[in-house]
Design a protein around this ligand. Structure first.
Ligand code: ATP
Length: 495
């Protein structure tokens, strides 16, 4: 195996380990598992929902604990005209092809993305015999292939040359068709075209249609923002990579309404603020990068757009988009609803349609990024003087589902009673876990594996001087502190 293949195999092993840990320890389960699962849907178990809530709470605090950002929770079902105005009915489509032999369905861009460089080179040569002969630079192949697959005619010809990744048959793909990613359903008892509604594919539109409601209720002046966390649904053609691309997921979106002309400056402010949020919660900066959308690939509404990408084991993947959406959304809603969406500036007596800077993060996708980022394996010393493999989730304490575990060293001599008292006190403030089974070393390992930052142990000295040991997950260092200080010790580290 080449070095590259080895590295790819190792990385896919890491993903397998994380998915298996997530299931075993109750972070994430497959949806409807007993029925064989439902593709693209996942359930958050006891520790998962706690961690996801912590993540959302961190985002919510960082956004709405400000003077100029208000919260909102709009409904998932909205008037169908919303999706016409937003452009989703027309544009929220992916070109896809079906394999006529095995019926597998692929998003065309995903199919192309997965081709090796060698296959891309061969496809180019087949496309235009004579033009791409001899030694070709890798960059040239990549650039040329991207250019060709951006046109409908060439991409159809390239697809026709490819073998189906599922059944291996060549030339069996249908022509590319546009596939709308919105889930459709009906309101009321009659299933006809007048009762069609969509499950929202993004939370943003709930914010736009409420722009003036929130502005006047909150007595906000421009610039101000509206933040929302909620479920979104996309009938993705290919779901893959665990929580990365799912059909039901959660978004954390904030739309910041600004005066035209100040949008570039605000865009830069929010870009910096959003990148910093991930770093503050423990992501190394070198595992994050910017991807600017090339001007010719910008969404129909955008003036400028950057993705924050995280280096997953399977490569770089977007976790958040920061977009300058101009006045597109408000203008379109004004046009489609016939209601003015303009803002009146009392001070200058100007009336204008604000520009929107959007920060659009996936709660589910960044949950996965934080989980992957936290996963670590190392050799750690045992009580017997040997070493053993320790799996540790190095989650930021703010994200960790359990903040502290409390152990009596042994189940006698009054230690359990004392440990229960410590637990009862801490439980009023943090999510804690009591464990009295097995050797203390094992109990530490069980907590390390789920990212619990602090383990508090009541031992024989505790009975004499009312102190406990408190052990920190990453360094494995222990402090001895007075029981009366335990709560403050933990609280301080969660600030
Ligand atoms: P992609 O290109 O990966 O499909 P996108 O550019 O369509 O994503 P946006 O519409 O900008 O994504 O959505 C904003 C955020 O919502 C993304 O950065 C991602 O975190 C999250 N998101 C989008 N689609 C999905 C999905 N199918 N599953 C999980 N999270 C998603």
């Amino acid at each position: 195996m080449s070095q590259n293949k080895n590295a790819a195999a190792d990385q896919s092993k890491v993903m397998d380990k994380i998915v298996s840990l997530a299931k075993r320890r109750g972070f994430v389960f497959q949806s409807s598992e007993i029925y064989g699962g439902l593709n693209g849907c996942w359930d958050y178990g006891p520790l998962g929902v706690e961690m996801l809530n912590n993540l959302k709470q961190q985002w919510w605090k960082s956004m709405t604990y400000r003077e100029n950002i208000e919260g909102l929770d709009a409904s998932i079902l909205m008037h169908p005209r919303v999706w016409e105005a937003s452009g989703h009915v027309e544009n929220f489509t992916d070109p896809m092809v079906d394999c006529k032999s095995c019926k597998a369905r692929y998003r065309l861009d995903v199919l192309f993305d997965e081709l090796s460089l060698k296959r891309k080179k061969e496809a180019l040569r087949e496309l235009e015999p004579g033009k791409f002969e001899g030694q070709l630079k890798d960059e040239l192949v990549i650039e040329e292939f991207a250019k060709r697959t951006a046109t409908d005619a060439d991409s159809a010809r390239i697809a026709a040359m490819l073998p189906c990744p599922n059944c291996g048959n060549k030339g069996t793909f249908t022509d590319a068709r546009k596939f709308n990613l919105m889930f459709k359903t009906f309101v009321g008892p009659v299933e006809d075209s007048s009762s069609v509604v969509f499950l929202r594919p993004e939370t943003a539109q709930g914010i736009f249609v409420n722009f003036l409601n929130v502005q006047s209720a909150g007595r906000q002046k421009i610039p101000f923002g509206i933040a929302q966390i909620g479920k979104a649904f996309r009938n993705e053609i290919n779901t893959k990579n665990f929580l990365f691309r799912t059909r039901e997921f959660e978004q954390m979106e904030m739309q910041f309404f600004v005066k035209p002309g100040t949008d570039d400056e605000q865009f830069e402010y929010w870009r910096a603020a959003r990148m910093q949020w991930y770093v503050d919660l423990g992501m190394p900066r070198e595992k994050l990068q910017w991807h600017q959308h090339p001007k010719d690939k910008l969404a129909h509404y955008a003036k400028d757009a950057y993705d924050i990408e995280y280096l997953f084991p399977f490569g770089w993947g977007e976790i958040e988009g920061i977009h300058n959406r101009t006045d597109f959304d408000l203008s379109r809603h004004e046009q489609f609803s016939g209601k003015s969406m303009k803002y009146f500036d009392e001070a200058t007596k100007e009336k204008f349609t604000p520009f929107v800077i959007e920060t659009s993060a996936g709660a589910s996708r960044s949950f996965m990024a934080f989980l992957v980022n936290a996963y670590d394996e190392e050799q750690a010393p045992t009580a017997e003087g040997t070493t053993e493999m320790r799996v540790v989730l190095r989650l930021h304490p703010k994200l960790a589902p359990t903040k502290a575990a409390i152990f009596p060293l042994v189940n006698r001599d009054g230690m359990p009673e004392m440990a229960r008292k410590v637990e009862a006190d801490l439980r009023q403030h943090f999510r804690v876990f009591y464990d009295d089974s097995g050797a203390v070393g094992r109990r530490y390992r069980r907590q390390d594996e789920v990212g619990t930052p602090y383990c508090v142990t009541v031992d024989s000295q505790s009975l004499v001087d009312q102190t406990v040991t408190i052990r920190e997950r990453d360094s494995m260092k222990q402090d001895r502190i007075a029981i009366s200080n335990v709560r403050a010790y933990i609280a301080e580290r969660l600030m």
